[in-house]
Ligand binder design. Structure first.
Ligand SMILES: Cc1cc2nc3c(=O)[nH]c(=O)nc-3n(C[C@H](O)[C@H](O)[C@H](O)COP(=O)(O)O)c2cc1C
Length: 988
């Protein structure tokens, strides 16, 4: 159903300029796409609609006819679509890459910030933070970066403002046009002179780098237009982000205190600022084909105003979006845009504002404050920022905030209950925040790591490698493991709260969610958790009745994928795993048919496409796909691609056949008679009617639930913000319910640490608790190391370990003093030593992956032969089976590899070299908001390498550019896990 656009004739430009937010709130509430007569265009205001326009340049073209921006600045890449846009963007990039920003520009930004801070101080209290600091700082930094040595920062400010005014001249004021034109001409003159100079004097600036590209000459008119666009956006974005951030922090003292004590928060403060008030508030697009957006018909030719200021405050995405909150859960804002036009200057702006200017300003000025009698002013809707920000201060600090003062504040005593991923990540984040704090992690089992040990499938040792990171917590970072301590039995929650200043409950969810259909109570209907616990050797897990010939698995999530794979895989496929072969054989030997039932269509299925492809690659397993509908081969959706590969697979002879049912819901589970446990069939309803699937077993993989009898604190999701009371917090699945992967827990853990910081600062949490004396039955980390050693020593050939399957056996091993433990790693961060030469291969478009690759180089020991290579300069002849390859790769376009990496992939697929001796690990860099193609580029390279027989090792690392964790940090953890997962011979 689609309708004509509603008309918002009540919207006026002066109102938008003054305060666009209430207007946008109403427009969003009324659907998010309106015809607005006063601006003579459709305004797109909801997050979803804005996002949709950004990702589809075929329908929503940047190349607007009679564009104001083209008139004001010339036809820059911002007003072009691919492929023309791409060429120009690529040429503009070298000086703006993150590596260049860190290597070349950051020091210059620092120097500029110090210079203008000195000038601000000379002006004295009452000076304006925007016009006396942020503006000259941003202008001078931009002037240097572009390489306009014949202009002053004042020139840049004037040019930028007048051309921006012209770009936003929706009211068609002739004076605004005239001033804009004057700047237009002045820039051309300055530029022509500088281009000649840069040609003769190569350097690091944008203009010089542009002239040094070997195989491309940008036409002069285009250079001119792009420089003007860069002067416009490159100046006001950092200036306004800086001004608004300062205003936000000065008017929210508790948030200011948080960033001043934890410098890691400056980045979050920067992102929250540009989410809250996006400096570039609106830009235009033009519809090229009749379309429907958010249910509203848009004809070809329609002009759109894409309202970033509004999308970033969409209540469907953010809670209380009008609130400035540097600790809010990080979600991908649109301030830098998305899609092909995502801001090239983002790295530079972030470095200028978050890494240099804000920390300098706040740490240098004692008593920095707003002036009550002379309040700040803000304005704008096309571009929005502070128009006035007078400040005062009392002096210059001799010891900037954030530098050691010789005093340490008392640390809280912390107990984390549960040593699974969320418990360990919480302990890690708290340790980083409070290095002096005594932190103790309790677990009801004698063994640590919860789901990593008992939930992650036996054949996914790469994912289990995260445990190595956690090992360091207990072995080198001073966190204490206290295993075999049952909450409620050995110690009560009340006792823990009395003994610790901070208690974090990270006990996870253990019960299988129940299927609510007739027959679900039969004994042969079992939950995925129950089955997985048995297969993973959970202590004292009862041995279930073996599966029959035909198994129905309900669910299409990753747990269902794990189960199907573990059931269908033969013993040879478990090399390097920690499977208990005998138990696995007893349980699965009779299975010939697996039905996988999912309610959704392939595009909406819950599984990760990587898991589907892994299933597709199992030997001796055939696949049949039902109810999937059309599966277009346009490479736009990784899930559809994966299902199409299944549908096209054609294995006549098979040990096991997996039937994939899409759009299918189980209706009744039938048995031989009422009251018996046996199952005979499952009645399934789908788009094509009903189907009766003969079955001997049903396994439900539809999620996990909490314990119904648990105390309120332990009810999942009862406290979604993770804070039950000051001093008592929840983490992981207990906090959010059974959603989120292992890496997601890491993001949450940081947030948790910030909550504790805030509660400590407000005095709600004190630092007086006495701690809990050792309990007689508890197992310490050394005890666990003995269990671990025993399991490894008794592993069958080709297996990682042989898990001790009872608590009694674990306790016995923990107490076995004859087991000789190897020495612990040293406390100061260990350098990686993979034992073989290592190549970090990167595939990048805007430089992030290169930065990560360079950063990884630093991790390795001096003895390791490490090289960093661009995939764009690598051919298959360069691959050496005696080296380990760490592949770091971004995703571009509609889920493609970066352009420079395409020849490498194409060569692999065309020539199919035998790479069976080659080992590689993958770290995919992407953006989760590209839902259907998240990290797909790295998957494409992985598939190509695997098609040539290369062996993938370690965890499949992924980084979400929209999340709060820096890529370098996530990549370091990943590389550490990969090296730890290498078999020992490779590590010498
Ligand atoms: C034009 C464009 C398209 C993108 N498409 C995707 C995508 O389809 N899937 C994805 O996961 N990430 C996508 N991204 C996000 C990038 O992969 C991510 O930001 C990455 O960190 C960039 O790394 P790089 O700086 O090395 O190029 C896209 C980014 C841009 C600018």
């Amino acid at each position: 159903m689609s309708t004509e656009a509603p008309i918002a004739d009540w919207v006026t430009i002066p109102d938008l300029y003054r305060d666009p937010f209430p207007i946008y709130e109403r427009l969003r509430a009324e659907g998010g796409v309106h015809w607005v007569p006063s601006v003579n265009r459709y305004l797109v205001t909801s997050y979803a609609a804005v996002h949709a326009t950004e990702l589809d340049q075929v329908v929503y073209s940047a190349d607007e006819e009679d564009s104001l921006q083209i008139r004001a600045m010339g036809h820059s890449m911002l007003r072009r679509d691919d492929p023309e846009h791409y060429l120009e963007r690529k040429a503009w990039q070298p000086a703006l890459r993150p590596g260049a920003v860190q290597r070349v520009w950051k020091a210059k930004f620092q120097r500029n910030a110090e210079r203008y801070l000195d000038e601000l101080i000379v002006k004295g209290p009452g000076a304006d933070l925007v016009w006396d600091f942020a503006a000259p700082f941003a202008a001078e930094s931009l002037r240097e970066l572009i390489g306009l040595h014949n202009a002053t920062q004042e020139d840049l400010q004037r040019w930028s403002q007048t051309m921006i005014d012209a770009t936003g001249n929706y009211a068609d004021d002739p004076e605004v046009w005239a001033l804009g034109k004057q700047s237009f001409d002045e820039v051309d003159v300055a530029l022509d002179e500088m281009l000649a100079w840069h040609a003769a004097n190569p350097n690091e600036s944008l203009l010089s780098q542009l002239l040094q590209i070997p195989d491309y000459r940008m036409p002069l008119e285009r250079i001119r237009a792009n420089v003007k666009m860069t002067i416009g956006g490159g100046l006001n974005e950092p200036r306004d982000a800086l001004g608004v951030a300062a205003w936000g922090l000065l008017s929210h003292p508790e948030q200011r205190a948080a960033v001043e004590t934890d410098p890691a928060l400056w980045n979050a403060a920067f992102d929250e600022t540009i989410r809250w008030v996006a400096p570039i508030g609106l830009y235009s697009r033009q519809v090229k084909h009749d379309t429907v957006l958010a249910g509203v018909r848009l004809p070809a030719g329609a002009r759109l105003g894409i309202c970033i200021l509004s999308a970033n405050r969409d209540e469907q995405v953010w809670d209380e979006p009008d609130r400035f909150d540097v600790r809010r859960e990080a979600k991908p804002h649109l301030a830098f845009g998305k899609g092909v036009h995502v801001c090239l200057g983002a790295w530079a702006a972030r470095a200028e504002v978050a890494e240099v200017a804000l920390p300098l300003l706040f740490s240098s000025l004692e008593g920095l404050a707003l002036i009550d009698e002379d309040p700040p002013e803000i304005g704008g809707w096309v571009f929005r920022g502070m128009t006035k920000l007078p400040i005062t201060w009392t002096g210059r600090r001799s010891t900037p905030i954030g530098e050691p003062t010789g005093q340490t504040s008392p640390a809280p005593r912390i107990a984390v209950v549960g040593s699974g991923p969320s418990g360990c990540f919480s302990a890690q984040a708290l340790k980083r925040t409070f290095p002096e704090a005594p932190i103790e992690v309790f677990d009801e089992l004698p063994t640590p790591y919860g789901l990593v040990r008992y939930g992650v499938a036996a054949d996914h040792q790469g994912t289990k490698a995260v445990a190595r990171q956690f090992d360091r917590l207990f072995s080198a970072e001073g966190v204490r493991f206290r295993g075999n301590v049952r909450l409620g039995t050995d110690v009560t929650l009340r006792e823990l709260e009395d003994a610790y200043d901070v208690v974090v409950l990270a006990t996870g969810l253990h019960a299988d969610a129940q299927l609510q259909i007739p027959g679900a109570e039969r004994g042969r209907v079992r939950g995925a958790g129950e089955v997985t616990r048995f297969l993973n050797g959970y202590p004292d897990a009862p041995e279930p009745e073996p599966l029959g010939e035909r198994v129905v698995v309900v669910g299409h999530g990753n747990v269902a994928m794990d189960l199907a794979r573990i059931i269908a895989r033969d013993a040879a496929g478990f090399v390097g795993s920690d499977i208990d072969d005998a138990a696995h054989h007893r349980f699965t030997e009779r299975v010939r048919t697996i039905h996988l039932l999912g309610r959704s269509a392939p595009a909406d299925a819950k599984f990760d496409p990587v898991m589907v492809r892994e299933l597709a690659g199992l030997s001796g397993v055939a696949h049949r796909v039902h109810g999937a509908g059309a599966l277009p081969d346009d490479g736009r959706d990784a899930r559809i691609d994966a299902v199409r590969a299944l549908a096209e697979s054609d294995l006549p002879e098979s040990r096991v056949t997996i039937h994939w049912w899409f759009g299918a819901t189980p209706a009744v589970i039938m048995g031989t008679g009422a009251g018996t446990d046996a199952v005979t069939a499952v009645e399934v309803r789908g788009a094509d009617g009903e189907e009766l699937l003969p079955a001997d077993d049903v396994i439900t993989a539809i999620g996990f639930a909490g314990d119904v009898d648990a105390a309120r604190e332990l009810q999942p999701g009862a406290h979604p913000d993770g804070r039950i009371a000051a001093g008592l917090y929840t983490a992981g699945w207990l906090r959010r319910g059974p959603r989120g992967t292992i890496p997601d827990q890491r993001t949450d853990a940081r947030e948790l640490a910030q909550k504790v910081v805030a509660d400590l600062r407000s005095g709600a949490v004190t630092t007086t608790a006495p701690g809990l004396p050792a309990l007689e039955t508890e197992i310490d980390f050394e005890g666990w190391r003995r269990i671990d050693l025993r399991e490894r020593l008794t592993a069958a050939p080709g297996r990682e370990r042989s898990k001790l399957r009872s608590r009694a056996a674990q306790l016995e091993a923990a107490a076995d003093a004859t087991l000789e433990l190897p020495p612990l790693p040293s406390a100061d961060g260990e350098a990686l030593d993979p034992g073989i030469g290592t190549t970090v291969l990167f595939g990048t478009e805007s430089g992030g992956a290169e930065l990560v690759a360079e950063d990884l180089r630093q991790l390795f020991s001096d003895d390791t032969d490490v090289e960093v290579r661009d995939l764009g300069e690598t051919g298959i002849d360069d691959l050496d089976p005696d080296r380990l390859y760490l592949l770091v790769c971004a995703t571009y376009g509609d889920g493609e590899v970066p352009t420079s990496a395409r020849p490498f992939v194409a060569q692999l697929l065309a020539e199919r070299p035998d790479l069976s001796e080659l080992r590689f690990a993958v770290f995919g860099m992407g953006d989760r908001s590209y839902d259907r193609t998240y990290s797909r580029g790295s998957e494409l390279i992985t598939e190509a390498l695997r098609a040539c027989g290369a062996r993938q090792i370690g965890e499949y690392g992924r980084h979400d550019a929209g999340g709060p964790i820096p890529a370098t940090e996530a990549a370091r953890d990943w590389a550490t896990g990969v090296c730890a997962a290498l078999p020992s011979p490779a590590r010498g």
